[in-house]
Design a protein around this ligand. Structure first.
Ligand SMILES: Cc1cc2nc3c(=O)[nH]c(=O)nc-3n(C[C@H](O)[C@H](O)[C@H](O)COP(=O)(O)OP(=O)(O)OC[C@H]3O[C@@H](n4cnc5c(N)ncnc54)[C@H](O)[C@@H]3O)c2cc1C
Ligand SMILES: NC(=O)c1ccc[n+]([C@@H]2O[C@H](COP(=O)([O-])OP(=O)(O)OC[C@H]3O[C@@H](n4cnc5c(N)ncnc54)[C@H](OP(=O)(O)O)[C@@H]3O)[C@@H](O)[C@H]2O)c1
Length: 466
C-alpha cells in the first residue's frame, strides 16, 4: 500500500489491510470498485438488485420490487441520454467508436456492464444484499446487511464507507393544496415508463427540467394537449403545437388545476416531474449526516464527511457530467485514504466550505448549493490538485457540454439527431443528420425543423458546423 512520507492514512494504522464498503453498484459504485481494486484496497460492493448499472437498468415495474423494496430505476422505455456518449463516459474507459451520440438507456447499461467486465469488478459485488444500517464504531463503521434471498442479516466492520446509493430514486412531490379533490391520474416521473396510457388525454406535466421536458414531448405524441407547467423562464425552443407552457400549480380542483397566475387548466392526468430527494435511510443518526434544505451536511468538497472523513458520499453534485465526477471524487477519496495527501484542519475545511457555498449562492438559490453547471470544471480541477492525481478529463468534454446546452435550449425537439464526434483532446465535430431525402418522413420533418432553427441561429451568432 502506498503511504506518503508525512501523511497518516485515514482510518486505522497503515500496516493493517483496511477494507472499504461500497453501497451500490451503479455507475458510482462500479467506479469506486475499479479504483479501489487498482490501488489494492480490498472492498465489498453491496448491491440490493441482481444487476450492476443502477438506474440504467430499465425496469417495467413501478412501486415495489419482488423483495418489497421501492423500485430503484427511474428510466423510461424510450429514454435516450442528454449528453453525447463520447463525453458522458468515464475518462479512462471511452465508448466504442460508432453508433449514435445520444445513446439509449440500454446502451449505457451495456457500457457499464463492459466497464465492470473490463476491470473485473464482479468479484467485489455482492448482489441481493441490502444495506440496512451503517453505524460508526470508533473510527470504523459497522455495516448491517440483509441478504434479500435468505432474509439473513449480518454485520461487518469496515474502515471506510463509500455511499453510492444514487440520488434520483426517491421522488420529490410538492404538496398541492386540495390534491385530494383531484379526480384524475397522478404520478411522479420516477414511475413514468411510456406515453401510450396518455393517448387522447389532456395532461399537465409539472416541472420543466430534463424529465419534464422529455416526458412532455413524448406524451405530446399521443395526448390531446400537454400543459407544461413551470415557474422558470419560458423554454425558448419551438414546441409541438399541442404543448403549451403555463405557470406552476397553485391548487387542485376536481378536474384540473388553478395555476399561479389564476388561470385554470382541465386535465385528466398530472405528471410530477419535480425532481428527487437526497436520501440515506441506512445511515444511523450517529453518523451525523443530515439533509438541510436540499444540502447534505457536513460535507467537504461536496463529498467527504467533514467530521468522519472515512465516509464519502459520491455523486451529490448535479447539473454535471456524472461519470466524470465519480471518477474524480473516488480518486480524491483514495488519495486521502492511502495517505498520499492530507486533509486540511477542520477550521480550514469549514472556511473553504463557506467560501464555496457563497460561490454557489451567487448563481443559484439556497436549495441548490450542490448544483454545479459551470462550477463543475474548476471543481474537478480542484479535486485533482488536492488529491494529487492526474487531471485526465479532456478539455473537449467541457466544449461539447457547453455546445449541447445551447442545442438543448434552442433545438429541444431535435437536438438528439445531431452527432458529436470527439476528434482529439480539444476538438470535436458536430455533424448534422444526413440529407433529408434519405430519411423517413418523421425524421425529414425533424430535419427541416432543425435546419430552420440552425439558419435562424446562424444569423444571430456564427457557429462552426463541420
Ligand atoms: C431518468 C434519468 C435519466 C438520466 N440521464 C442521464 C444522462 O443522459 N446522462 C448522464 O450522465 N446521467 C444521466 N442520469 C443521471 C444518472 O443518475 C447518473 O448518470 C448515474 O447513473 C448515477 O449513478 P449512481 O451510481 O450514483 O446511482 P444509481 O445508478 O442510482 O445506482 C445506485 C445503486 O445503489 C443501489 N442501492 C441503493 N440503496 C442501496 C442499499 N441500501 N443497499 C444496497 N444497494 C443499494 C441501487 O440498487 C443502485 O444499483 C439520469 C438519471 C435519471 C434518473
Ligand atoms: N437523459 C435524459 O434525457 C434525462 C431525462 C430525465 C432526467 N434526466 C436526469 O435526471 C436527473 C433528474 O432530473 P429531473 O428533471 O427529474 O429533476 P430536476 O432536475 O430536479 O428538475 C425538477 C424541476 O421541477 C421543479 N419543481 C419542483 N417543485 C415544483 C413545483 N412545486 N412547481 C413547479 N416546479 C417545481 C424544480 O424547480 P427548481 O429548479 O426551482 O427547484 C426543477 O426545475 C437529472 O440529472 C437529469 O439530467 C435525464
Amino acid at each position: 500500500m502506498v503511504v506518503g512520507p508525512q501523511q497518516q492514512p485515514l482510518g486505522t494504522g497503515p500496516d493493517e489491510p483496511r477494507r472499504v464498503a461500497v453501497i451500490g453498484a451503479g455507475a458510482a459504485g462500479l467506479c469506486a470498485a475499479r479504483h479501489l481494486a487498482a490501488a489494492g484496497v480490498p472492498c465489498t460492493v453491496f448491491e440490493q438488485t441482481g444487476n450492476v448499472g443502477g438506474t440504467w437498468v430499465y425496469n417495467e415495474r413501478v412501486g415495489m420490487d419482488q423483495f418489497g423494496l421501492p423500485v430503484h430505476s427511474s428510466m423510461y422505455r424510450n429514454l435516450r441520454i442528454n449528453i453525447p456518449k463520447h463525453v458522458m463516459c468515464y475518462p479512462d474507459f471511452p465508448f466504442k467508436k460508432g453508433g449514435r451520440s445520444y445513446a439509449t438507456h440500454q446502451e449505457i447499461r451495456d457500457y457499464l456492464k463492459n466497464y465492470a467486465q473490463h476491470f473485473d469488478l464482479h468479484q467485489y459485488v455482492q448482489h441481493y444484499t441490502h444495506v440496512k444500517r451503517v453505524t460508526p464504531q470508533g473510527s470504523r463503521w459497522s455495516v448491517l446487511v440483509e441478504d434479500l434471498k435468505t432474509g439473513r442479516v449480518s454485520e461487518e466492520v469496515f474502515d471506510a464507507v463509500l455511499v453510492c446509493n444514487g440520488h434520483y430514486s426517491v421522488p420529490y412531490t410538492p404538496t398541492v393544496p386540495n390534491m385530494s379533490l383531484y379526480g384524475g391520474v397522478s404520478l411522479h416521473s420516477h414511475d413514468y415508463r411510456e406515453p401510450e396510457p396518455f393517448a387522447g388525454a389532456d395532461v399537465v406535466v409539472l416541472g420543466a427540467k430534463a424529465s419534464g421536458l422529455d416526458i412532455a414531448l413524448e406524451v405530446a405524441k399521443v395526448a390531446n394537449n400537454v400543459f407544461l407547467s413551470h415557474n422558470g423562464d419560458l423554454v425558448p425552443s419551438r414546441l409541438p403545437d399541442n404543448v403549451q407552457q403555463v405557470k406552476g400549480i397553485k391548487e387542485a380542483t376536481e378536474d384540473g388545476f388553478v395555476l399561479l397566475d389564476g388561470t385554470t387548466v382541465r386535465a385528466s392526468a398530472v405528471i410530477f416531474a419535480t425532481g428527487y430527494e437526497f436520501s440515506f435511510p441506512f445511515l444511523a443518526p450517529e453518523c451525523g449526516v443530515r439533509v438541510v434544505h436540499n444540502r447534505v451536511v457536513p460535507l467537504y468538497k461536496h463529498m467527504l464527511h467533514r467530521e468522519r472523513p472515512t465516509m464519502a458520499l459520491i455523486g451529490i453534485p448535479y447539473c454535471v457530467v456524472p461519470f466524470v465526477i465519480f471518477h474524480y471524487q473516488i480518486r480524491y477519496f483514495l488519495s486521502l485514504f492511502l495517505g498520499r495527501v492530507a486533509l486540511p484542519s477542520k477550521e480550514q475545511m469549514e472556511r473553504e466550505e463557506d467560501a464555496d457555498m457563497q460561490k454557489h449562492l451567487l448563481q443559484f438559490p439556497a436549495r441548490h448549493t450542490h448544483k454545479m453547471g459551470d462550477l463543475q470544471w474548476p471543481y474537478l480541477h480542484d479535486l485533482a490538485a488536492a488529491g494529487d492525481f492526474e487531471d485526465d478529463m479532456w478539455p473537449v468534454v467541457q466544449e461539447v457540454y457547453d455546445a449541447v446546452e445551447e442545442d438543448r435550449k434552442n433545438l429541444l425537439t431535435v437536438y438528439r439527431s445531431i452527432e458529436y464526434n470527439v476528434t482529439g483532446r480539444e476538438t470535436y465535430e458536430r455533424v448534422l443528420p444526413p440529407s433529408a431525402g434519405l430519411l423517413p418522413k418523421q425524421a425529414q420533418q425533424q430535419q427541416q425543423h432543425l435546419q430552420q432553427h440552425l439558419q435562424q441561429r446562424l444569423q444571430q451568432q456564427p457557429v462552426q458546423i463541420k
